[in-house]
Design a protein around this ligand. Structure first.
Ligand code: C2O
Ligand code: CU
Ligand code: CU
Length: 499
């Protein structure tokens, strides 16, 4: 379907296609050349500004702001009183041009987390945008309907920039999703979870946090202090994004009702699944249908993060340690509303990958998360090198592979959210070392592995196998730990797709 759209879009007739290079070889740059006027053009700037987060002095933040130059005005939806950038809303198949300007005092670049786009617009850290300069990102949105996001990606600087506020939601819709009539408008709520630490003047304090990453003592929701969220007695779509640098959440309702999960990183599941709680590591998204139908006016429902052990068998340090329990926010019923929403049994169609079809099924590509000397986290035995690709990091275009990733639990233990750029993958198997089984038992029922993923949590001693396919684009992408302090320390590597 994608290919067909591409042909239609590029305006090439059948004859022209035969003379053109194989579809696989077309880069986004060629798409740009063939399709001069994109469906949507937006301007986006990274700026220094302030945000009234706490009472008292405003907080200095970095923020994305922008405007629609061409296309539906609702493509950009600002989040009021927040440092988060405007929510970008597009429809699958649309082409978009983003004229980006860096008005920050340091180098940056944009990443569209979860998107299947060519390397020149996918934030490889070599495409840096110096202060005062710009970059044109142009691509076709081929991703399924879902909750994606955008954030900076400069080598060694991502953690600090995201922490100061640079992030925004990128929501995709398509016909499949529209047909479900899911709760929309004011009943479709993004819940972006981030932790911050403020000084006495309400200014952000950032420390890289050593080996465990930065953990803040104040939980923000959508870039604001969470107050009571007024709701009506009906069904809501909640889109959770963990936009924190390092903290993981074990989301639960305080009245212990289970979650009805409808989507993961790469969009809708085939059918909804129930989970007693949900693990959400940095970079991950999960969507649920929250049923507030039986609430009476004045009643509250609490969203909490439950206790778990992020580091072997311990929680971290600080005022609000990673893994400590806390209340995230309260929903309070403000009005009764008659509504007869029924969640359709079938939500979407997922093309299933099969292990038998993987070209390396008998000999999986093995990657380790380990600790190096001097102390630093390693991915595939190394740290980030701008241009180097190891022999086992070169893959072939149009092949399906199985990857086998292990979080080796050495003297220092921690979960790692591993994120792969440029594609969505399917988790097929998990295993845990007996020594790590106790901590694992506290999180394992909160995984949702039945849908498309671009970021996966690995507990200490855990091994994950997943299937992934390299389609449409050749070149270098990165894969990395989405604990941003780990990424900045070099827990990132290139992989290269070759024709
Ligand atoms: Cu959201 Cu490479 O990251
Ligand atoms: Cu990404
Ligand atoms: Cu990590």
């Amino acid at each position: 379907m994608k290919r067909r759209e591409f042909i239609k879009l590029s305006g090439l007739g059948a004859t022209a296609v035969i003379c053109a290079p194989p579809m696989e070889m077309l880069s986004q740059a060629m798409l740009r050349a063939q399709h001069e006027v994109p469906d949507i053009i937006i301007n986006l700037r990274a700026v220094q500004t302030t945000s009234q987060i706490l009472s008292g002095p405003p907080t200095n933040v970095w923020k994305y702001e922008g405007e629609v130059v061409q296309g539906p005005p609702e493509t950009l939806q600002p989040i009021l009183d927040s440092y988060l950038g405007p929510t970008i809303r597009v429809t699958r198949g649309q082409t978009i041009r983003i004229n980006f300007t860096n008005n920050l005092p340091e180098t940056t670049l944009m990443h569209w987390h979860g998107f299947h786009v060519s390397p020149d617009v996918d934030a490889h850290p070599r495409y840096t945008v110096p202060p005062g300069q710009g970059y044109v990102y142009e691509f076709q949105v081929t991703n399924r309907a879902g909750t994606y996001w955008y954030h900076p990606h400069p080598d060694t600087l991502t953690g600090g920039q995201a922490y100061r506020g640079l992030a925004g939601l990128f929501l995709v819709t398509d016909d499949e999703e529209a047909a479900l009539h899911l709760p929309s408008g004011e009943f479709d709520l993004p819940i972006v979870l981030q932790d911050r630490t403020f000084d006495a003047n309400n200014q952000l304090i950032y420390q890289t946090g050593g080996m465990t990453g930065f953990i803040g003592d104040t939980i923000l929701v959508d870039g604001r202090m969470p107050r009571y969220m007024p709701v009506a007695s009906r069904a809501y779509r909640l889109r959770f994004l963990n936009g924190s640098n390092s903290r993981a959440y074990k989301l639960a309702w305080s009245d212990s009702t289970p979650f009805t999960v409808i989507a993961t990183d790469g969009g809708l599941l085939e059918t909804a699944v129930q989970r007693p709680y949900l693990m959400l590591v940095p970079g991950e998204r999960v969507e649920v249908i929250a049923d507030f139908r039986h609430m009476f006016v004045g009643q509250r429902k609490q969203l909490v993060s439950q206790a778990f052990s992020p580091m072997g068998n311990t929680v971290g340090g600080g005022t609000l340690p990673n893994g400590a329990p806390f209340t995230i926010m309260n929903f309070r019923c403000r009005r009764r509303m008659r509504e007869d929403f029924v969640l359709p049994e079938r939500l979407s169609t997922i093309v299933r990958y099969h292990l038998e079809d993987a070209i390396n099924r008998d000999n999986p590509r093995v990657f380790a998360i380990s600790m190096g000397m001097p102390m630093r986290w390693l991915l595939n035995g190394g740290t980030f090198e701008m241009n180097t690709v190891a022999a086992n990091e070169i893959v072939q275009l149009n092949t399906l592979e199985v990857w086998d990733l292990t979080n080796q639990a050495g003297m220092m233990q921690m979960y790692h959210p591993i994120h792969i750029h440029g594609l969505q993958f399917q988790v097929i198997e998990r295993q845990i070392l007996p020594a790590n089984a106790a901590a694992y038992e506290q999180v394992r029922y909160g995984y949702v592995d039945v849908g498309w993923k671009d970021t996966v949590m690995l507990m200490p001693g855990e091994r994950v196998r997943f299937l992934l396919k390299f389609e449409d684009f050749v070149g270098k992408y990165v894969y990395h730990c989405h604990i941003l302090e780990h990424e900045d320390m070099g827990m990132m590597r290139n992989y290269e797709v070759r024709a």
